[in-house]
Design a protein. Structure first.
Length: 146
């Protein structure tokens, strides 16, 4: 696994960026970079299960390891979901799980620096580099919108 870091400066408060990242109305808009129809099912509480889903109820199964609004959200990916069925032990899962995806929002002057650190399998680095470039721009555009 390789730890990749993605970062962007956003002309908005940490609260605004936090709301864009995890809000019901904006989550699917910025995560469309990973797949149209992206959605999430969770109660957003530390220790809770998270289902990151796309079309056909397929996606990632995770746990919120740490949450400190509006500063830190850390996920531990523990499995996959295929057609609504959770798998935490299969061969596809054992290749990469557990892995982490961490969000840090840092206030700097009147801006927020959004930094994501993500554990990736080497074969997915190029793909995620391209998708995160689009996703971060989506977050920036949503947070900076008047």
């Amino acid at each position: 696994m390789k730890k990749q870091t993605y970062s962007i400066s956003i002309n908005a408060s940490r609260n605004k960026v936090w709301d864009v990242l995890w809000g019901d109305k904006t989550y699917g808009k910025w995560t469309a970079a990973f797949g149209e129809g992206s959605r999430v099912i969770t109660d957003w509480q530390e220790g809770s299960k998270v289902q990151f889903l796309g079309p056909e109820d397929t996606g990632m199964l995770s746990i919120i390891e740490q949450k400190k609004a509006p500063e830190i959200m850390n996920f531990r990916h523990i499995g996959i979901i295929k057609e609504g069925v959770e798998d935490t032990t299969g061969p596809e899962v054992r290749e990469w799980a557990p892995s982490n995806e961490n969000y840090l929002l840092t206030a700097k002057d009147d801006k927020t620096i959004l930094t994501i650190q993500m554990d990736l399998d080497e074969k997915h680095v190029k793909m995620f580099n391209e998708m995160w470039a689009v996703a971060l721009e989506n977050v920036k555009n949503l947070a900076e919108a008047k």
